[in-house]
Design a protein around this ligand. Structure first.
Ligand SMILES: CC(=O)N[C@@H](CCC[C@H](N)C(=O)O)C(=O)O
Length: 371
């Protein structure tokens, strides 16, 4: 696939972002595209809204896997693109339109000229939540096509086009979603002493969460607690009887995650007493850290150095990725692909440079042929 077609595919996918496990149009687009490729070495299987594409190798000693995530985010796009999302309130703001296009580009090249090894492309739903990698790993299709080595990429807005980066060992954090519900006593805005105001309680709780990071986590370890959404109340002159916080916890070790959760629960019990309310906590979905296999990263670094592109050592990031579950069972790695966007990941104006598509395809193809 040439640059022009890669751009066409990326723009088509960009227009149809869908939430986790609802990627029906996306799956159809991917399947229709895959059908246009030479079929002699391909076996295609769907799993929920995801897809496995196996490319039979000419010898077939081992199987190399490449994973691309396919879901979008609940965000209203502000890119000004002519090809903006046609799904109101949803956007590919984490680059998964790039990830899918690059996978299709590499698949198109390999379907034309398979290699000695078997290859499996995994189009995985629900990376942003609630998590598709873990259940996909348990699927019959994964058992059928299970790779011996696996890798994936993520767009990096802060890196220039033509630069990729990775590192051996820990790349991304452990994550846990965080949903906290507060139930108190609402009432008239003028008589606060007769109520237990959940706007005040939930706001104080948000501030207290930051004290857990600052004062309960070893400063040489790291944690992030972000509350991304607050919901409370009905109108400006009624004291709210309920509130809900939605957020996420990030840590660099599974132990720190347990510590943070324990501390949140202690604070919640204290808040219940102090504020005469009920607090329930739900941790939603949890992702295992992304831990790169040192040997595979070293081989990839060499592949990049033998290409027109450049490699640099990555830093650890508090990003989460359920690809971590695949890497827990299968040796492999994830790398960042430079896409040079002023706006960052999860921003409504993220605009990755489309010149990076061919860089991604070249390096994924090389990885699949040479790892
Ligand atoms: C690459 C990336 O941005 N991944 C997401 C994963 C989110 C997992 C889950 N919904 C959570 O928020 O904990 C990220 O926000 O890092």
């Amino acid at each position: 696939m040439e640059q022009e077609q890669l751009i066409k595919v990326r723009r088509a996918l960009h227009q149809i972002p869908e939430l986790g496990f609802k990627e029906y149009e996306t799956q159809k687009y991917l399947l229709d595209f895959i059908e246009t490729l030479p079929q002699s070495s391909l076996t295609v299987e769907t799993w929920k809204t995801g897809i496995f594409v196996h490319v039979k190798g000419s010898v077939g000693g081992k199987t190399i896997g490449y994973r691309a995530d396919i879901d979008g985010l609940p965000l209203t796009e502000e890119t000004g693109y002519q090809f903006r999302s046609v799904h109101e309130g949803l956007m590919h703001a984490c680059g998964h339109d790039f990830h899918m296009t690059i996978a299709l580009g590499a698949l198109a090249r390999l379907a034309e000229s398979p290699v000695e090894d078997h290859i499996v492309f995994i189009f995985q739903p629900a990376e942003e939540g609630p998590g598709g990698a873990e259940p996909m790993l348990q699927s019959a299709q994964m058992e059928q096509f299970r790779p011996d080595v696996i890798f994936g990429l993520h767009v990096a807005p802060e890196l220039p086009v033509g630069t990729v980066s990775s590192k051996p060992g820990l790349l991304f954090a452990n994550t846990s979603e965080l949903f906290i519900d507060f139930k108190g006593v609402g009432g008239h805005a003028a008589f606060p002493h007769l109520t237990h105001d959940m706007v005040v309680t939930a706001s104080a709780f948000v501030s207290h969460l930051q004290q857990i990071v600052a004062r309960r986590v070893d400063p040489l370890d790291s944690a992030v607690i972000t509350v991304g959404k607050i919901e409370a109340g009905t109108v400006q002159n009624i004291i709210a009887q309920a509130a809900r916080l939605e957020g996420t916890i990030r840590t660099l070790s599974p132990e720190a995650m347990e510590k943070v959760k324990g501390e949140i629960e202690k604070v919640a019990r204290g808040f219940e007493i102090a504020n005469d309310c009920g607090i329930t906590i739900d941790y939603g979905s949890n992702y295992h850290q992304v831990y790169n296999d040192a040997k595979q990263v070293e081989r990839f670094e060499k592949i990049v150095e033998d290409s027109p592109y450049s490699y640099q050592e990555a830093k650890m990031a508090m990003t989460g990725e359920d690809f971590g579950y695949m890497l827990k069972e299968i040796p492999g790695f994830m790398f960042w692909l430079g896409v040079d966007s002023e706006a960052g990941l999860h921003q409504a104006s993220l605009k990755p440079e489309e010149d990076a598509l061919v860089v991604g395809v070249d390096l994924v193809e090389k990885g699949l042929r040479e790892l």
